[in-house]
Ligand binder design. Structure first.
Ligand code: IMP
Length: 194
């Protein structure tokens, strides 16, 4: 029998695929939806030169695809955060890298990969609002509403997500799986639940 040659990337993805229970969103579905979001933002923000702001690292893939789907002048900037352990009482996160530029008077779109409890997003929106932007809206690729604790306004939403832990397209589990081009559910045994 003839064997099909595989590239190192295909072999690495094949190994990771063993941890995936189900593909929830294919590469083509994500591409189509991101193009639609880009089109909508381009039309809503014509003449406003929006600044897209994201939190490293999960959003990097979505941010770069969204930026390329926007047809008006647009810029991006990133923050990085670390999460406090529960019970430390300082809010859910600490900023470890701030934005490069002041954002006063600018039209900001906060770009998020997944909104789950909404606590991270709520905290970061309060932080940004205090800096006096001209406007501030949220664009989230995935919205997981089942465990929502903070009310967060999501103007642009990619997909609703069931209450599952997903990986791929930038989303990781212990820093792995980010480079999968689709988004899939992890098998419970990988998460240590089975
Ligand atoms: P929240 O503060 O509970 O809304 O947490 C949102 C953050 O948790 C996201 O920005 C992700 O970094 C992470 N997160 C939530 N759900 C998932 C998931 O299913 N896969 C990977 N990361 C997730």
């Amino acid at each position: 029998m003839e064997t099909v040659p595989t590239s190192p990337l295909q072999r690495a993805q094949g190994d990771l695929m063993r941890g995936i229970g189900k593909v929830l969103f294919t590469e083509a579905e994500i591409r189509r939806r991101v193009a639609e979001l880009g089109e909508q933002i381009s039309s809503d923000y014509a003449g406003l030169d929006p600044l897209l702001v994201g939190v490293l690292k999960g959003v990097a893939f979505f941010m770069s695809d969204l930026l390329r789907a926007i047809t008006i002048p647009v810029r991006m900037d990133f923050m990085a955060i670390s999460r406090y352990a529960p019970g430390q009482g300082k809010g859910p996160v600490r900023l470890v890298k701030d934005l490069d530029q002041p954002v006063e008077g600018q039209h900001l779109i906060f770009v998020e990969d997944v909104v789950d409890t909404g606590l991270t997003l709520g905290y970061l929106l309060r932080t940004l609002r205090a800096r006096g932007p001209a406007s501030l809206e949220v664009c989230a690729l995935f919205d997981k509403t089942e465990h929502r604790l903070a009310k967060v306004p999501i103007k642009y939403r990619g997909f609703d997500l069931p209450d599952r832990f997903v990986v791929g397209y930038g989303l990781d589990y212990r820093e792995e799986y980010r480079h999968l081009p689709f988004v899939g559910e992890l098998r419970p045994e990988v998460l240590g639940l089975a």
